[in-house]
Design a protein around this ligand. Sequence first.
Ligand code: CTP
Ligand code: CA
Length: 224
Amino acid sequence: ALAASGVRDLAGKRIVISAGGTREPLDPVRFLGNRSSGKQGVALARAAAARGAEVLLVAAHLEVPVPPGMQVREVGTALELADAMREESAGSDAVIMAAAVADYRPAAVAERKIKKDVTGDTLTLELVRNPDILTGLAAGREPGQVVVGFAAETEPDRDRLLQLGREKVARKGADYLVLNTVGWTDGFAQDRNTVIVVSRAGDIVSEAAGSKDQVAHRILDLLS
Ligand code: CTP
Ligand code: CA
């Protein structure tokens, strides 16, 4: 609604938004990935640009096209995303981590295709933890900069979901955490979304349901 009405309440602000899902290579032809389509992050970028913000979209394997009117930096892995966010967040007014980041990456990437005749009937992968990008951004927050995270949880109970969200936002030190429930069918690659936004203090500061564009506008209301 705001976009259609031409409100440019984010004019003069630079907003860096990550979207999509990282992929961690195993060998030249395989990766560990996740089901994030990038739709909610791209909707945020589109809505922020429509409201006058200068937007940089840090894109990890998007399944949707990049909207016009913004800068884009493409990344593949969590480590590449970490570098991009650290560099691009400098001097920005807000940073939004909508991307689904791989928590772990293979400890080693095979130079050549992993072959069954070598690995046999079972294969155990050793994984190592990726850095927590959001925690790093929050810890290095510049004065006045707003840091927003997302949490997709499979917890269907609202109170327990809220509890997870409050613990997560406090642990990470972000200003806001956008919570939603995902499952085998809900959340990923859908056109609609239902979210609860909690602040670092644990307060519910927003609740929104609707198209991913509508939800994006409600989240951006927190930055205007
Ligand atoms: N995130 C991040 N770096 C990571 C993992 C997650 O920046 N290595 C960010 C995500 O982009 C998201 C927020 O942290 O904005 C929450 O991600 P989530 O996966 O829900 O949290 P985790 O701390 O990884 O906890 P969990 O064990 O529930 O996956
Ligand atoms: Ca995670």
